[in-house]
Structures are given as structure tokens and as C-alpha cells.
Design a protein around this ligand. Structure first.
Ligand code: PSU
Ligand code: MN
Length: 301
């Protein structure tokens, strides 16, 4: 039902330089063939920063921490891979199905394995119009529960970012700007939402994480890193694509787990791939930063 790849198990026994990676961004967030290339590029980025990648997914009813190359290929290509959050993880396992794990279910499984650092693209959060739809990602619930250092480029720009930041504060998740003083907006570096925690590099993140853990907190520490300058799409240039995609989703009555993948693919199309390029770049960048943080964590032990 739950297994660690041999190399991840060995690494966790020795030193803890492991970075967990999710698989929903691969299976449901990016088109083929960029999804597979990006999954591999993220693993390479983690390795180049001195850590071991552990991509998480559900292979025929078994939760695997540290998918091998062929398993990642299957997750990227198969049509029957479900998007797995906290609510359907048990059912996908019980039914022997294939699943790609979101931030929420990846954090849960990474925690079971004893991994301390995790990277994704952008977390899920409070959707625009949540006061009617009540659509709030289980990623936020998982961040409130699992004490992993989670590296992302902020929350996805399709969301209500200021409400998402409010909830993060409510649930007690420190949000650390990584070489920035504001919450990044996924495709864009800037959201104009100010942060009061800041880190210039991995050592500072580790110092805050250690204090957080020593204080007995069991919440995540969210490290937010802006997309690299050369790949960003400024917020004003994203606005129309996001608004059009949101109205189309509303018009088609898209709801629940389908909302985020639908919006991401619409936005990629409407920006002639610029948003897609930014998404790929930020996923790799976050994997690289997470690898550096995991290495610093081990060195200081
Ligand atoms: N980051 C990306 N692309 C993605 C995601 C993150 O660059 O597709 C995924 C993550 O797995 C995250 C999920 O947990 O989107 C959020 O989905 P929802 O809003 O349905 O909770
Ligand atoms: Mn949702």
C-alpha cells in the first residue's frame, strides 16, 4: 500500500537530503510532452543541488515515494491517472487505481516517509468566488497539518491571493519570501501582497525552520520563490487570459477538482505558451531551491 524506493529508503536512513516532489503538476497541470520533460528536469534540479528527488504517485493502488523513471513516464502518459487529494487518497489505494498526488496528498505521504522538504509549482488556495462556491484547496489543510518545508512560487494566480494569504496566517503557516518581500503570483514575480518573513538563502530558511520545529509547531513552513525574471509573465499581461479562463470555467459549470487543471490549460493556450514556459521554469526553480534547503538542513545536523 505504501513503499519507498530503495534509494529513498537508504537516503532517509543515512542523511535526510531528500526532496519530495508531487505528480499532479505532471499528470494534470502540464500538457504532454512538456510534462514528462519537466518531471525529469525537476528531478535533475534537485540532484544538482545535492539532494535526492522522491517524486510521489500512486501506482496501481500503491503509494510510491520515489517513483522510478518508467513510473514517472506512465504517470505522465496514462489517461487513467486520477488527481488525488486528501479526500480520495484512500479510495484510489483501495481500488488499486493510478493516481497523481496534489500538494495535499504528497505532503501527507512525504510526512509518513519522514521527508522534511517538498517542492511544487504553486499551492492551491482560496478560489475567487469562494464565498459562494466554498472552493478552498485541501492544500491549505495539509499545510496546517504537516511540518514540511514547502517550496513554491506562491499560490496559483487563478486564485484569490489575498484571501489565500489570510488563511495561511489563520492556520499558522509562516510564509517566507525567498529573496523577495512580497508573495509571488506564480506566473508573475509580483502580487503587491507584502510578507514579513524573508530569507536570502537556504541557511536562513533552515534557521527559521529549526526555530519553528523547536517551538513544537506541526505546521508547514511555506517558502515562496518568484519565477526567474527571464521566464516571468508580468501580472498585467496575465490578467485577460486569467479572467477569460475563469469566465469560461464558470460558463461551462466546471467545479471541484477539475477547476485548476482546466484553468491552467486554458491560460497556457491563451498566452501562446508564455504561461506554460513560466510554469515549467518555476517548477524547476523551486526544485532547485528545495534541493539547496535540504542540503543545508543536513549539513547543519
Ligand atoms: N503547481 C503547478 N501545477 C499544478 C499544481 C501545482 O505548477 O498543477 C497542482 C498541485 O498538485 C496542487 C494542485 O496541489 O495543483 C491544486 O489543485 P486544487 O486547486 O484542485 O486543490
Ligand atoms: Mn478545489
Amino acid at each position: 500500500m505504501f513503499s519507498l524506493s530503495p534509494s529513498v529508503a537508504a537516503a532517509l536512513n543515512r542523511r535526510k537530503t531528500v526532496v519530495a516532489l508531487e505528480s499532479t503538476a505532471i499528470a494534470h497541470g502540464l500538457p504532454s510532452p512538456q510534462n514528462l520533460e519537466t518531471a525529469q528536469a525537476c528531478e535533475t534540479a534537485v540532484r544538482e543541488s545535492g539532494a535526492l528527488p522522491a517524486t510521489i504517485g500512486i501506482i496501481g493502488g500503491r503509494a510510491v515515494i520515489g517513483l522510478n523513471r518508467q513510473q514517472i513516464e506512465e504517470i505522465a502518459i496514462r489517461e487513467d491517472v486520477e488527481k488525488v487529494n486528501l479526500a480520495n487518497l484512500a479510495r484510489v489505494i483501495a481500488d488499486g487505481k493510478w493516481g497523481a498526488t496534489t500538494v495535499a496528498s504528497s505532503l501527507h505521504l512525504a510526512r509518513m516517509a519522514g521527508i522534511e522538504v517538498f517542492a511544487t509549482g504553486g499551492i492551491g488556495g482560496v478560489h475567487r468566488g469562494a464565498s459562494d462556491s466554498f472552493d478552498i484547496s485541501s492544500d491549505l489543510i495539509a499545510l496546517a497539518r504537516y511540518p514540511l518545508i514547502t517550496v513554491c512560487a506562491g499560490a496559483k494566480a487563478i486564485l484569490d491571493l489575498s484571501k489565500t494569504l489570510e488563511v495561511l496566517e489563520t492556520i499558522g503557516v509562516p510564509v517566507v519570501g525567498y529573496q523577495t518581500d512580497e508573495l509571488p503570483a506564480f506566473y508573475s514575480r509580483s502580487s503587491d501582497l507584502k510578507l514579513d518573513l524573508h530569507a536570502d538563502g537556504p541557511e536562513q530558511v533552515v534557521a527559521i525552520a529549526r526555530a519553528h520545529w523547536r517551538l513544537g509547531f506541526s505546521t508547514a513552513l511555506l517558502v515562496v520563490a518568484p519565477v526567474p525574471v527571464e521566464d516571468e509573465v508580468p501580472a498585467d499581461e496575465m490578467k485577460d487570459a486569467i479572467d477569460e479562463s475563469l469566465s469560461l470555467a464558470a460558463g461551462l459549470g466546471i467545479s471541484g477538482k477539475e477547476v485548476t487543471p482546466f484553468l491552467l490549460s486554458q491560460i497556457a493556450e491563451r498566452t501562446e505558451g508564455r504561461a506554460l514556459r513560466a510554469n515549467i521554469a518555476l517548477l524547476r526553480n523551486n526544485a532547485r531551491i528545495a534541493g539547496g534547503i535540504a542540503s543545508a538542513l543536513t549539513e547543519q545536523e
